[in-house]
Write a protein that binds this ligand. Structure first.
Ligand code: ADP
Ligand code: MG
Length: 698
């Protein structure tokens, strides 16, 4: 189902057929619970389905009380959704049948296609063509099924009871859906729509996210987990994930398989460092997705999001514990994550000490000692809510099993606070063995918990510092689009220094004074014009320093003449660039195509010879908003260097941000630019100059 070629009513129909079908047929259903067709029927029946359910099985008149038909042709009407669980050789003809009948959605559970061999891939291509030409949405093959509040059409793994407006999953892998749910349900999370795409013959995760976004409404889940293996339509994914974020849906995402393409052929530093990993990071940021790397981390972040319910706006946490160690460990992790654990107000502390014994600590973390009682915790939670509202953004309450009292009552008090407190409350229940039954009771009432405090701290950090969405500004001063267009027209390959300068100048970049010289005649005059000491660079080779083609600090004529001879002897030398010496700090700005239809990645980092070794760089997808540029600059480890260290004058972050914004605009406006390196941009304060620029046009 292509986003562009299908109109919106058709897409809404496809969505409804998949997520809330009124009429389902299971083709290949049986009584045999060891087979997908048997299991999926059982699950739909067990979890209740309000629509019309039929099965196709030539060997029976009815299965588990559901009317059975010999073939698709015998069905009394057109099923909105067909779930196909028949041997592989019959799948394609059945799809043809369903398409001819006008079925809107098909989920093929059958495996043994593209995941098996080339022939299977060809079959999948046939399925796609059949589905596309009939405007039918096709999920799978090799899909473990869909589970929505309307039907539990899933055959494998866990089939939890669904809860509206909880958590949805869209996954590139059926197994991952189950692994995530195993972790999540155990921790108390609930799910609503649980869907996966199998082999994605037609519909990939990106397409489902698009469909999901288009139909996202009041009743939708506020949290969406996305697991991506392949990413064939990155732009489509970005667009819809970003729109979902804008609508208030918090997306937690994993992209697996990002380490393969570290060494892409590239002519620039930027291109060489713009790996898949970097691209995914930038894509997720741009879409506002909270990126995680493991299933447990995904569950952790979802728990914090669910506890916060959109209320976590600040980064100040209060930690309540019944043992010193865990409280401090959580405080440590929060601090590492840039989350504050502020000292509580005098009044709060006074009130707390009226509840707790004198040996306890009431600063923050609050250590209630192992003697704590349920009523003490209740009082403490009340005091924090009453006194610290507006100065504390989240409360973490940790309860172990000191062995003196049963925890049941305590958990009830925590539950009450979770349900009623205006400040989000999230528990760490660490005694998972001795309190197993009580915890089970706790989660069965729809509450979630952490087993360990450090992952909680990490998850709070991720939520507090989640990527924010910024809109690039429409207007840029001193940016001459028309002039740039005419400079670029007809160009191909690496631009010579003069053209690169002309182009970047029209985009608002500043250059040092420089003159290109192509014969010895006029060379000394040019040097005189620039003034000593000066810089000489060979024109011709792309990587000048590597060939000894850059001489800095040339003090006088004699040295200039000798450098002329050396540089012109370099292979490929066509002339010399004579340039003003620029003192100061060096940074690198660059851009390179992100791959697919994603546009360009813009890079920022410290410049100089260690750029690629230290990789202290940051990427973002163009076009960039000014705020994004500031974020990129502040995110590098070497940021203090920019501010100036040990008496050296710093550089204007504002100025660099302005340049980054220009660069983002330039490559967005002119995708023909394959790669740009401004390496270095050099200077101090606001006097920052493009000392060296490499631009590749394609
Ligand atoms: P390349 O990247 O091809 O090796 P550059 O023009 O970037 O060549 O020069 C290499 C290095 O020389 C720069 O990173 C910078 O440290 C120094 N350099 C180049 N031009 C100047 C200049 N005008 N003023 C000061 N230093 C310069
Ligand atoms: Mg350079």
């Amino acid at each position: 189902m292509d986003e562009k070629t299908n109109n919106s009513t058709e897409r809404t129909r496809a969505y409804n057929a998949l997520f809330k079908p009124k009429n389902i047929v299971i083709i290949g259903a049986s009584d045999n619970l060891s087979k997908p067709g048997g299991k999926v029927l059982r699950n739909i029946l067990d979890h209740g389905y309000g629509g019309v359910l039929r099965v196709v099985n030539p060997g029976a008149d009815s299965i588990s009380g559901v009317p059975s038909f010999k073939s698709v042709d015998d069905l009394p009407d057109t099923p909105e959704l067909a779930i196909v669980a028949i041997p592989a050789p019959f799948v394609v003809p059945t799809l043809e049948n369903l398409a001819a009948r006008g079925t809107q959605a098909v989920i093929v559970l059958t495996s043994g296609f593209g995941e098996k061999d080339e022939k299977g891939k060809e079959e999948e291509e046939r399925m796609r063509v059949i589905a596309d030409s009939a405007h039918m949405i096709l999920i799978g093959p090799n899909c473990s099924g869909f589970m929505t509040p309307h039907y539990s059409g899933k055959f494998a793994g866990l089939i939890p009871d669904l809860k509206r407006k909880s958590v949805d999953i869209i996954s590139g892998s059926g197994a991952t859906v189950d692994f995530v749910m195993e972790q999540a349900v155990y921790r108390g999370l609930s799910f609503c729509n649980v869907v996966n795409v199998g082999n994605s013959a037609q519909t990939g995760v990106e397409d489902l996210v698009a469909l999901y976004d288009e139909n996202y409404g009041e009743d939708s889940a506020p949290i969406l987990m996305v697991y991506l293996e392949s990413l064939k339509k990155p732009w489509l994914f970005l667009k819809h994930a970003r729109q979902l974020t804008e609508k208030g849906c918090s997306i937690v995402g994993i992209k697996s398989g990002v380490t393969g393409s570290g060494a892409r052929a590239a002519a620039s530093h930027t291109g060489a460092m713009a790996t898949d990993e970097v691209t995914v990071e930038a894509l997720f940021r741009k879409a506002g997705i909270i990126r995680v790397r493991s299933k447990v981390e995904m569950v952790d972040v979802a728990c914090v999001l669910a506890a916060a319910q959109g209320r976590l706006k600040g980064n100040r946490a209060c930690v309540i514990s019944d043992a010193g160690g865990p409280g401090v460990m959580l405080a440590d992790e929060l601090e590492r994550q840039g989350v504050e654990v502020p000292i509580l107000k005098d009044g709060t502390r006074k009130k707390l000490s009226q509840v707790l014994p004198p040996e306890s600590s009431v600063a923050n973390p609050i250590d209630c000692l192992p003697t704590r009682t349920a009523s003490q915790i209740k009082e403490i939670l009340k005091i924090i809510e009453a006194e610290e509202k507006g100065s504390i953004d989240i409360v973490a309450v940790m309860a172990g099993n000191p062995g003196m009292l049963e925890n049941g009552e305590l958990y009830e008090e925590i539950s009450r606070a979770i349900d009623t407190s205006e400040i989000p409350v999230i528990p760490v229940l660490s005694s998972t063995t001795t309190c197993a039954d009580l915890i089970k009771n706790f989660t069965s009432q729809g509450r979630y918990y952490f087993q360990d405090e450090v992952p909680l701290g990490a998850a709070i950090g991720k939520v507090v510092h989640r990527p924010r969405l910024w809109e690039p500004s429409a207007i840029l001063q001193d940016y001459d689009r028309v002039a740039i267009e005419s400079i670029l027209s007809g160009r191909e390959g690496a631009l010579d220094p003069a053209t690169a300068k002309e182009l970047l100048s029209k985009a608002g970049f500043r250059f040092p004074r420089q003159i290109e010289v192509f014969s010895e005649e006029g060379f000394l005059a040019a040097c005189g014009n620039i003034g000593y000491p000066l810089v000489m660079k060979v024109i011709g080779p792309l990587h000048k320093s590597d060939m000894g083609g850059v001489r800095v600090g040339i003090p006088q004529q004699e040295a200039a003449l000798s450098a002329w001879n050396d540089l012109m002897a370099i292979e490929g030398a066509m002339g010399i660039l004579v340039q003003e010496m620029i003192p100061g700090i060096e940074v690198i700005l660059g851009a390179s195509r992100a791959g697919g239809d994603l546009g360009h990645l813009v890079m920022f980092g410290l410049g100089g010879i260690y750029t690629e070794v230290l990789k202290d760089v940051r990427f973002a997808l163009s076009p960039l908003a000014k705020k994004e540029c500031f974020e990129m600059i502040r995110a590098i480890r070497g940021y203090p260097i920019l501010e100036g260290v040990r008496g050296e004058k710093g550089v204007s972050v504002e100025r660099i941000a302005d340049y980054l914004e220009r660069l983002g605009r330039l490559v967005s406006d002119f995708p023909a630019i394959r790669e740009i390196d401004i390496n270095p941009l050099k200077g101090s304060g606001t006097d920052l100059f493009v000392v060296d620029a490499r631009i590749i046009v394609e």
